[in-house]
Design a protein around this ligand. Structure first.
Ligand code: C5P
Length: 306
C-alpha cells in the first residue's frame, strides 16, 4: 500500500502527418521536417514514493518493455535526480496503450510522463522550459510528448513550433505484432539514397489544410520519407496500406519509422467503418480508432494516500 502522495500523468502517442528526412549528420542523426499530431492513445505513468527507482509495466505489450536502465522512463527519472540533486526514489508504474516499437513514440511518451510525474512527486518545481530541455536530452520525440497537440518539428524533430489546427481528425491505426527498429529504418533510408537527400522541407499546403480543418485536403498531403525504407524492410506493410485504401480511407501513411499505419477518415463514423474493413483483411494485430489533436503530458491525479 502506498503511504504518500501518488502522481498519475498521462502522455499521448503521436503520428507524423508529414515526415521529411534529410541526409545524416556527423553523429548519424537526420535533420527532420515533420508535423506531429498527438492522438488519443496514451501512456499513463503513476509515480509513488519509494526508496530507490523501480519500474513496473502493464498493458498488452508489457512483456516487450525493457525494465533495465535502457528504459526511457527510468532514464528520465534518473536525469531529473542528477540535475536537481534529489535523492528520493520512485516506483514508476506504466499503463501502456501505445504499441512498443510502433513508430508512435510510446517510449518517448513514457519518458515525458515520467519527467512530469517525478517533478511533481519530488516537488522539484521545474518549469515547462526546463522540462523540455531535459526531454530533448532523452530523445528526439520526447519534447513533443510533453507539448502534445499538433506541432511542426525541425532539427532532429525536437525543435517544436505549435501548429494552428481546426477540428478533430479521426484516424484508424493498424498496429503490428512485431515492431520496427528506428535506427534500422533510418539506416535503410541512408542505403536507399538518403545520404544524398536534399535538406528536408515541409509543404505549406499541409499546414494550410490543418488550419482550414479539411481532412480531404490534409489526406492529400500526408507523406513519410521513411515509408519506402520501412516497406523494403517489411514488404507486407504494403498489404496494410492497400487494405486501408480499399476500406475507403482518405489516405494512409506509415507513422514515424513504423510499422504502425495511420489511415485518415472523414469523421468518427467513417473511421469505424474503415476500421471494420481493415480488421477483416487480417493485416494487423489490432485496428484502433483514435482522434487528434490530444493534449501533451498532464497530471491526472495527485492523491494524498495512506
Ligand atoms: O532520438 P531517439 O533516441 O528517439 O532516436 C532513436 C534513433 O533514431 C537514433 O539513435 C537514430 O538512429 C535515429 N534518429 C535519427 N534522426 C533523428 C531521430 C532519430 O537518425 N532525427
Amino acid at each position: 500500500m502506498s503511504t504518500g502522495p501518488e502522481v498519475r500523468v498521462r502522455a499521448p502517442g503521436k503520428i507524423n502527418l508529414a515526415l521529411r528526412v534529410g541526409p545524416p549528420d556527423g553523429d548519424g542523426y537526420h535533420p527532420l521536417a515533420t508535423v506531429f499530431q498527438a492522438v488519443s492513445l496514451h501512456e499513463d505513468v503513476i509515480a509513488a514514493p519509494a526508496l530507490d527507482l523501480r519500474l513496473t509495466v502493464e498493458g498488452p505489450d508489457a512483456d516487450r518493455v525493457p525494465l533495465d536502465d535502457s528504459n526511457l522512463a527510468l532514464r528520465a527519472a534518473r536525469l531529473l535526480q542528477e540535475r536537481t540533486g534529489i535523492t528520493a526514489g520512485a516506483h514508476l508504474h506504466i499503463v501502456k496503450q501505445v504499441p512498443v516499437a510502433g513508430g508512435m513514440g510510446g517510449g518517448s511518451a513514457d519518458a515525458a510522463a515520467a519527467l512530469l510525474a517525478c517533478d511533481q512527486l519530488w516537488g522539484a518545481g521545474l518549469d515547462r522550459t526546463e522540462l523540455v530541455a531535459l526531454a530533448r536530452e532523452l530523445g528526439a520525440d520526447v519534447p513533443f510528448a510533453l507539448t502534445g497537440l499538433t506541432a511542426v518539428g525541425s532539427g532532429r524533430g525536437d525543435v517544436l513550433t505549435s501548429a494552428m489546427v481546426s477540428g478533430t481528425y479521426h484516424w484508424v491505426l493498424a498496429v503490428q505484432d512485431v515492431g520496427l527498429s528506428t535506427p534500422e529504418v533510418f539506416a535503410a533510408f541512408d542505403d536507399d539514397g538518403g545520404r544524398a537527400a536534399p535538406a528536408p522541407h515541409l509543404d505549406d499546403a499541409l499546414l494550410a489544410a490543418l488550419r482550414a480543418g479539411d481532412p480531404h485536403e490534409v489526406a492529400r498531403h500526408l507523406v513519410n520519407d521513411l515509408e519506402g525504407p520501412a516497406l523494403d524492410l517489411r514488404p507486407e506493410l504494403r498489404d496494410v496500406l492497400a487494405a486501408a485504401d480499399r476500406a475507403g480511407a482518405l489516405a494512409a501513411v506509415l507513422s514515424g519509422s513504423g510499422p504502425t499505419v495511420a489511415a485518415l477518415a472523414v469523421d468518427e463514423r467513417h473511421a469505424r467503418s474503415v476500421a471494420a474493413v481493415v480488421r477483416e483483411a487480417e493485416v494487423a494485430r489490432d485496428v484502433l480508432v483514435v482522434s487528434g489533436p490530444a493534449p501533451g503530458a498532464r497530471v491526472l491525479e495527485h492523491v494524498s494516500g495512506g
